[in-house]
Design a protein around this ligand. Sequence first.
Ligand code: SF4
Length: 319
Amino acid sequence: MSGGTRRLLPRNSVGVLRTRSKCEGVQEELPGGESCPKRRSKKSSLKVAYESQPNERNIKDPQHCDLKKSKWEPKDWREQLENIRELRKGKDAPVDEMGAEKCFDRSAAPEVMRYQVLLSLMLSSQTKDQVTAAAMSRLKEHGLTVDRILDTDDATLGQLIYPVGFWKSKVKYIKQTTEILKHQYHGDIPDNVEELVKLPGVGPKMAHLIMDIAWNRVSGIGVDTHVHRISNRLRWVKKETKTPEETRVALEDWLPRDLWSEINWLLVGFGQQICLPVTPRCEACLNRGVCPSARPKEGPNLSRKDKRKGAPSGATAVE
Ligand code: SF4
């Protein structure tokens, strides 16, 4: 998910504000040049005053504060990131052609575009991008607005979105969500994560992506199965995480905020083309020399087969 062309509005500067600790933010946040931590009072003794000079100089130096408070970050992550950028520069993964930011009607009214972003992300869960894009295309042809969907019976809606993953549940969620949008949001979508996750069928990953694509605000990292898997393979999490939500929290702890939007787009496409779920193509990966999970040429598969039980035909995996 890169760059501005896919966004509905220019980037809101609020989205890139970074919260800093008092120590890191001493130059910006404390009034009157007050230092952090508070400067100790000097004793009149010559010896004490002389010995305290180097410490005072260091305390006023924010770089010194940063060194003392240096946060954990993964080994080699900058090199790994650059390698992934290089591998992704062709922008030819399914997500580049058919991701959620490609599926809405750019000539529609802003609230309709936002509704379509929400719908495409609801459909995309547990579903290949190609299948989501085809369903979105049928929906747009049918008419993809709040009122039109409320006027559509469940059976017809099911036929329009089939075979997206868990299509029967999604029919129910789409109807319930659309009803809420109509009556509580005047046909628009909520503009914050807290309210988005209250909509039926919308989880945290989806909510952060909706905020980014529909509202142009970076509220958090959108972690799907690709971002979750690759973050663990590259050891971008301090200790192994079990769920995408755990991975999101772990990544947001160290990854610079200005990369939060890009990272989803980068890793999803990387996961679709190179770092595949079952048989990663390590031989074609620029990270093979710096990846703790790189497998030997004829090595065993890294992960268990992740076919999803009970998923409808044609919508088993995102890869
Ligand atoms: S070396 Fe293999 S496991 Fe590591 S990032 Fe590349 S494809 Fe994935």
